[in-house]
Design a protein around this ligand. Structure first.
Ligand code: HEC
Ligand code: HEC
Ligand code: HEC
Ligand code: HEC
Ligand code: HEC
Ligand code: HEC
Length: 426
């Protein structure tokens, strides 16, 4: 029963291969979840005061955690910075001094492993940010390539591995059967003779290439890998068509949100009134700017652009509408016409902060598109965000209508908001 033992031997080898690949995949996947765990903790506990790439209440953690390599100190600091300060640790005292004695919360509930995960996440994220910066063309559009989802990548790797194993196993089985058949016919197969020199090395320079080309399973495997690689490249490219995340056009006036909304703390509503009551947030008219710039920075060439656009003469303080030529702000966010998005529904009814969708605008010198604005992005948030219906006039009316319908009373479309302008008009 030599043939059976042969097949069994080959089968067990294949099983070993599968187990090996599975273990490799598992360990890689496991390493991945560590940084992901760190991300969850970071987002829930640290983002109130820290960002990876910017100074907020506390230092920018990306560079901080990359420069400070003493993980033991960092772990102690993050778990209980007060204890370190009380003990007079020089590093701790130095950083507190640098931040004017602002206090950081203690996180004694975090285990060493938790903190390790957070540190791993921050360092990886910082590296990613720097890599992206190195890749991005200066000043131009930066379409962030997020790549396919993890699932797709693992799926593809899985398919390659399984395909390879199937080919191996089938090939061995066929080989064995062939041998058995020929043995039964009392034929002996020998490998094709290869020309060799006196040291036993192959003489033919192309022998290796020929051998590879002859090896059908190897050729097939290479072709398969090629097809999958091209396929996934095409897939990623198609997915990212028309996604303008990171888009940051140069605006005609050096207007800075960092200065106006950040340093001066002007409320978003002061300029983007529309966001609270209509579909469009709208860009403020230059008259809004004039509320201040009639007297502020009147000599600045940037402010003179506002004057020119309005046909305003600062000397006579008179407007000449015939000389006016409106500023052409470059639009940053732009959904296609086929999608309907309403600001007031989200900001006023949903109570969602501008920053959730637009990022930390108050820290941006120039606005860039923070979110991908893809359908997936809209849908994912709709799946995750819980609606707060308590004390919300919009839901009060819906609940009232709901009760009426339940009782069998007459309900018109108007009761369900059918006469609100925004339901029909852009
Ligand atoms: C309430 C605000 C606040 C929160 C929340 C916060 N930090 Fe801090 N963090 C600070 C401030 C402020 C400093 C600067 C030092 C000081 O003044 O205490 C700081 C400093 C640091 C440092 C620098 C230590 C050094 O010596 O280099 C690290 C690392 C750090 N924080 C990590 C974290 C992590 C991780 C979290 C979340 C688990 C977190 N922080 C949450 C405010 C905060
Ligand atoms: C003093 C007026 C003013 C204030 C306050 C202000 N903005 Fe703006 N905002 C503008 C102007 C002008 C533009 C157009 C120029 C530009 O894109 O920088 C703009 C553009 C934007 C854009 C990009 C619009 C596009 O083209 O897609 C967003 C998003 C935005 N603002 C959000 C905010 C948020 C969020 C706040 C509050 C944190 C805020 N703004 C506060 C004046 C203001
Ligand atoms: C609430 C008052 C206020 C409003 C409204 C306002 N600004 Fe300003 N802006 C200021 C102040 C104050 C400064 C100067 C800060 C400083 O001293 O550097 C400034 C600075 C600027 C500068 C920098 C000028 C320079 O040369 O340094 C520009 C450009 C500017 N604003 C544009 C705008 C535009 C465009 C709008 C309307 C969308 C606007 N501002 C609305 C108060 C305002
Ligand atoms: C739920 C996500 C979300 C929230 C919250 C949100 N925006 Fe927007 N914003 C968008 C989208 C999506 C667009 C693109 C709309 C389009 O192209 O039709 C946009 C566009 C804009 C624009 C460009 C002009 C316009 O009206 O299309 C401005 C300015 C703006 N938002 C400001 C704000 C401000 C200020 C707030 C907070 C009061 C805010 N947004 C809250 C998603 C959001
Ligand atoms: C940050 C989370 C978030 C994002 C991102 C978001 N939405 Fe919403 N959206 C909500 C919430 C929450 C509500 C429910 C608001 C309420 O209470 O009525 C809502 C409601 C809506 C509604 C009204 C549904 C109804 O039946 O009343 C529409 C339409 C809508 N969103 C479209 C969009 C579109 C289009 C996008 C993407 C461009 C988007 N949303 C992105 C959170 C989000
Ligand atoms: C049920 C849907 C619906 C509602 C609600 C609605 N409209 Fe209209 N509206 C329309 C349609 C459809 C037209 C186009 C009619 C036509 O061309 O004859 C229109 C036309 C208009 C026009 C004329 C536009 C033009 O170019 O001639 C204005 C202005 C207008 N609506 C304002 C409003 C205002 C303001 C509200 C809220 C108070 C509102 N509409 C609510 C459906 C609606």
């Amino acid at each position: 029963m030599r043939s059976f033992s042969l097949i069994f031997k080959q089968f067990s080898r294949s099983v070993l291969l599968i187990v090996g690949f599975a273990f490799w995949g598992f360990s890689a996947a496991y390493a991945q979840t560590d940084a992901a765990k760190g991300e969850t903790i970071f987002k829930s506990k640290c983002t109130a005061c820290h960002k990876v790439d910017q100074i907020m209440t506390g230092p920018a953690l990306g560079p901080q955690l990359t420069e400070e390599t003493d993980d033991k100190y960092l772990t102690k600091w993050i778990q209980n910075n007060q204890a370190l300060i009380a003990a007079g640790n020089p590093k701790a005292l130095a950083i507190v001094k640098k931040f004017d004695g602002k206090a950081m919360t203690t996180f004694t509930e975090l285990s060493d492993a938790d903190v390790g995960n957070v540190i791993a996440y921050v360092r990886a994220d910082w590296k990613q940010i720097q890599d992206d910066k190195a890749k991005a063309p200066a000043g131009g559009a930066v379409a962030e390539d997020k790549g396919p989802s993890e699932l797709v990548v693992w799926g593809l790797i899985g398919i390659i591995v399984i395909a390879f194993i199937v080919i191996l196993v089938l090939n061995k089985v066929v080989g064995t059967l062939e041998r058995l058949l020929l043995k039964n016919k009392n034929l002996v197969i020998e490998d094709e003779p290869v020309a060799v020199d006196e040291h036993g090395n192959a003489v033919d320079k192309n022998a290796l290439l020929k051998k590879i080309l002859k090896n059908k399973k190897l050729v097939f495997f290479i072709l398969l890998c090629g097809t999958i690689a091209m396929g996934s490249w095409g897939w990623v490219t198609l997915w990212n068509t028309n996604v303008h995340q990171g888009y940051q056009p140069v605006q005609p006036i050096k207007y800075s949100h960092e200065l106006h909304a950040g340093t001066m703390k002007i409320d978003c509503q002061y300029c983007h009134t529309g966001a609270y009551k209509s579909k469009n947030a709208s860009i403020p008219s230059l008259n809004v700017c004039m509320n201040c710039h009639k007297v502020v920075k009147t000599e600045s060439p940037e402010i003179h652009k506002i004057y020119d656009a309005l046909g305003y003469d600062p000397k006579t303080q008179k407007y000449d509408s015939t000389a006016a030529k409106p500023i052409q702000w470059v639009r940053v966010h732009n959904l296609p016409d086929l999608a309907y998005f309403n600001h007031s529904q989200h900001v006023k009814v949903g109570g969602i902060k501008c920053q959730t969708c637009h990022g930390p605008v108050e820290t941006m010198k120039e606005v860039y598109q923070y979110s991908p604005l893809t359908m997936k992005w809209c849908i994912q948030c709709h799946k995750r965000t819980e609606v707060n219906a308590k004390g919300n006039a919009y839901y009060d009316s819906i609940l009232a209508a709901h009760d009426k319908i339940k009782k069998g009373e007459k309900v018109t479309a108007a009761v369900l908001g059918g006469i609100e302008c925004g339901k029909c008009h852009y």
